[in-house]
Design a protein around this ligand. Structure first.
Ligand SMILES: *Cc1c(COP(=O)(O)O)cnc(C)c1O
Length: 408
């Protein structure tokens, strides 16, 4: 018995997670509550959150407008299904179309499902044009989700390995490479769409050339292809515009959203305009939960709060400040390959793997992420103030410099 108790104390963490599938290499910390950009763990230690649940909690934790919307709607009506009209779904679609310039919305519960809808739209669009075997161009280094179709679209072998046979119908090109797409355009009659992230998130905060999306739009117009943007991470103000495509003054045919749309309440969306908005007919696609009254009332509160608190502009200004400061402090270090970003989506690429920095930062009370092995990724809530921005900069620079001077 005594031995058993000791085992629980020593391996308490493992005991706790024994009944969860081993899908994640989780950090040894459990959060109990949050407020704004702050989180507290179960020992009441305080952390500054510079990852925001992976670009989800853009309004910070426990935002009163979101909490209020959830509580009020939970006491009124949770779910009715899409057999019926859903008032908040219609209103949310109106608001999203207003800020995006798109025309129609399909609501899902996650990012991967929003991309599944986009992929189905592209295939149906192709078949309606008489293309027997429609192909979608996707990029190396991309991330589109973990369902079978979206992991097949994803440009990362680690995510696909072991899940073959993959879904066919995707043609892969390097990111930010227009010639590769032009070559496919010359040789293939089966392409119906391009699916691309305006800034690659999981792939390492890769920012393409300033006119990349503009050029993709022109190619798609010329070829009759759909331009489909995965804005699941970049959308909802993250990059300093409501949607990243608005930096380039173009309109895509399809845009997918999720992450920050519900500030932590699960909801995704597939937006479309033009021909792409007319493709789905009753029976072509659906979901039981997607767009239910609770999810859409919550997302509606998120959209209104982003507008009321002027957070898209704030993301642009504060993102610019973070990028400038990080470049000034780290840019001259020979082991720092690149400091880049767009709005509040920032990446610091080192010349070596740096997963250790996640733990170093946590020990200093800061939550960050490392992606693509070598890239420190910062995705702070859009609501951070100057002092919090400075704390992020100071801590990241300090731990990075120490890590680079110690490592061999
Ligand atoms: C997170 C993410 C997804 C997947 O979203 P889930 O909600 O995890 O299914 C897809 N695309 C991009 C760009 C993402 O960042």
């Amino acid at each position: 018995m005594a031995v058993h108790r000791t085992a629980i104390l020593v391996f308490g963490y493992r005991e706790m997670t024994d009944h969860l599938m081993t899908t994640y290499a989780r950090q040894p910390i459990t959060f109990a509550r949050g407020e704004g950009a702050w989180l507290w763990d179960e020992q009441d230690k305080q952390y500054l959150d510079a990852i925001a649940g992976i670009a989800v909690c853009s309004l910070g934790h426990s935002h009163p407008a979101v909490t209020d919307a959830i509580c009020r709607q939970a006491g009124t009506l949770l779910h009715t299904s899409n057999l019926y009209q859903v008032r908040h779904q219609q209103t949310l679609a109106d608001e999203l179309c207003k800020v995006s310039g798109m025309e129609r919305v399909f609501f899902s519960n996650s990012g991967a499902e929003a991309n599944e809808a986009a992929i189905k739209i592209a295939r149906l669009y192709g078949h309606k044009k008489g293309v027997q075997n429609p192909q979608i161009i996707v990029c190396e280094g991309s991330f589109h989700g973990r369902t079978l179709a979206t992991l097949s679209a994803t440009g990362n072998r680690k995510i696909q390995a072991g899940f073959e046979p993959l879904v066919t119908g995707f043609l892969r090109v390097p990111y930010n490479d227009l010639m590769a797409i032009e070559n496919i355009a010359k040789n293939s009659k089966e392409v119906v769409a391009i699916l691309v992230e305006p800034v690659q998130g999981e792939g390492g905060v890769n920012v393409p050339a300033p006119d990349y999306l503009h050029q993709l739009r022109q190619i798609c117009d010329r070829q009759g292809w759909l331009l489909m943007l995965d804005e699941i991470q970049t959308g909802m103000g993250r990059t300093g515009q409501w949607f990243a495509f608005q930096h380039q003054d173009i309109l895509p045919d399809v845009v997918t959203l999720a992450k920050a749309l519900g500030n932590g309440f699960p909801i995704g969306a597939c937006l479309a305009q033009g021909e792409a908005a007319q493709v789905f007919q009753p029976g072509n696609h659906g979901t039981t939960f997607g767009g239910n009254p609770l999810a859409t009332a919550t997302a509606l509160a998120v959209v209104k709060t982003l507008t009321r608190e002027n957070l898209v502009k704030q993301a642009s200004d504060m993102g610019e400040y973070l990028l400038t400061q990080l470049r000034a402090r780290l840019g001259n270090n020979p082991a720092v390959a690149n400091v880049r970003g767009l709005g509040m989506m920032l990446g610091i690429e080192l010349d070596r793997a740096c997963g250790q920095l996640v733990h170093d930062a946590r020990a200093q009370g800061l939550l960050i992420n490392v992606t693509a092995d070598k890239v420190i990724r910062l995705l702070p809530p859009l609501i951070i103030d100057q002092a919090q921005a400075d704390q992020i900069i100071d801590t990241v620079c300090q731990i990075t410099e120490r890590f680079l001077s110690q490592a061999t």
